[in-house]
Design a protein around this ligand. Structure first.
Ligand code: SF4
Ligand code: SF4
Ligand code: SF4
Length: 360
């Protein structure tokens, strides 16, 4: 059973700082047209810039939360407002022992998706785009121009959070208290709560629309990726900058093998390769980097889209990872971020799986 109250998100986070013992609120801070970044707010007077709905993901919030809870859990109570794929990534990072959830109240947005940086940061009319986007959420439709993986994201309802802010198919966002911790907060703030429905019809309809988009997106990219020629066609323009791994919340290695001295080839090594093949592509090993990254983390990829957003040559990295990740995750019946108690598939031996590989 879940409960709601006639209160805004701003009122809630403000009251957490002013009336309860919360020391900070983590969420999006909007500065000027089209610009926003994650911030810790410690004083309710700063919350005039708090704008969690602003449709941009400057970084996957899980990565930011991992920075401040990597070594020890937060000594103070903090409320965190984030999107569903960020929460899922955070749960994966907890399993990887790179983040902690203690002392954090989680507030999740029912997510209409975010825009690629190039759209939100370069368009002069970012505020108009934002208000049109919010109108589309009320109608429950995918807004043109959001990230491709968002258009195909069916997991946009926040799970594993204490409070949900539901806005799809609603005239104004509804605050839903869905865990004991969330309901305790509502009671501590003396809010008048009543039993609530979780999702609107429009939200369920959008889920189906996105599932259809996802299937088409995955089948299109698989067609493009077929065989080595397909892989080379998709990743051929990669310049090896590794932006995609630097922003990925689930690229968990602190020292990346592909940035280690193993790949600092001596001149002699280049010459040997040229003699063998006639010519070599520089930088080398770009495809190996992507295949290596996939084998490390595709079972945990939450399809957040950060990697595509930062690729300077427009490679649809997140769509590729979504396609590969979906197959791998289905193989292990694993949904990244679904359940904190569910072990990571590649770190767990299960006698009853993959017997077909033994027979190959
Ligand atoms: S992938 Fe996009 S739509 Fe899905 S939760 Fe993340 S930001 Fe929202
Ligand atoms: S691979 Fe890309 S889409 Fe997947 S979690 Fe990492 S940044 Fe997000
Ligand atoms: S961000 Fe793009 S160019 Fe850079 S390594 Fe990743 S795929 Fe290659």
């Amino acid at each position: 059973m879940v409960f709601s109250a006639d209160v805004s998100l701003h009122q809630i986070v403000s009251a957490l700082l002013d009336e309860l013992d919360f020391k900070a609120v983590f969420g999006l801070r909007k500065r000027g047209a089209g610009k926003a970044f994650y911030s810790l707010f410690t004083d309710s007077s700063q919350l005039k810039d708090f704008d969690p709905f602003f449709p941009v993901m400057p970084q996957n919030a899980a990565k930011a939360i991992s920075h401040f809870t990597f070594h020890e859990f937060s000594p103070y109570k903090v409320a965190v407002v984030l999107r569903p794929c960020e929460m899922r990534a955070l749960i994966e990072l907890v399993k990887l022992e790179q983040a902690k959830l203690d002392n954090i109240l989680f507030v999740g947005l029912e997510c209409g998706g975010v825009f690629p940086f190039e759209i939100i940061y370069s368009k002069g009319e970012a505020d108009k785009l934002y208000s049109d986007y919010m109108d589309a959420l009320k109608r429950g439709s995918n807004f043109d121009g959001i990230r491709d993986v968002c258009k195909g994201c069916d997991l946009f309802w926040p799970e594993n959070v204490d409070i949900v802010v539901s806005c799809i198919g609603r005239e104004k966002p509804s605050i839903i208290f869905c865990t004991e911790k969330g309901v305790d907060i509502a009671r501590s703030l003396n809010l008048n709560i009543s039993e609530a429905d979780e999702r609107t019809e429009a939200s369920l309809k959008l889920e189906q629309e996105r599932l259809n988009y996802k299937e088409k997106m995955i089948s299109d990219i698989k067609e493009r990726l077929a065989g080595v020629d397909g892989l080379l066609a998709v990743f051929g323009r990669c310049i090896g900058c590794h932006n995609c791994s630097h922003v990925c919340p689930l690229c968990y290695c602190k020292d990346c093998f592909f940035e280690s001295s193993t790949f600092d080839y001596e001149a002699e090594s280049y010459v040997r390769r040229v003699q063998k093949r006639g010519t070599i592509r520089v930088p080398m090993d770009t495809l190996l980097f992507h295949l290596g990254r996939m084998t490390h983390m595709a079972t945990s990829c939450v399809s957040c889209g950060m990697c595509s957003d930062v690729c300077p040559v427009g490679i649809p990295v997140s769509v590729v990872f979504k396609a590969v990740g979906s197959d791998l995750q289905a193989l292990f019946d694993y949904v990244p971020g679904r359940d904190l108690g569910e072990p990571l598939p590649l770190t767990t031996f299960r006698y009853d799986e993959l017997h077909e590989v033994e027979d190959m």
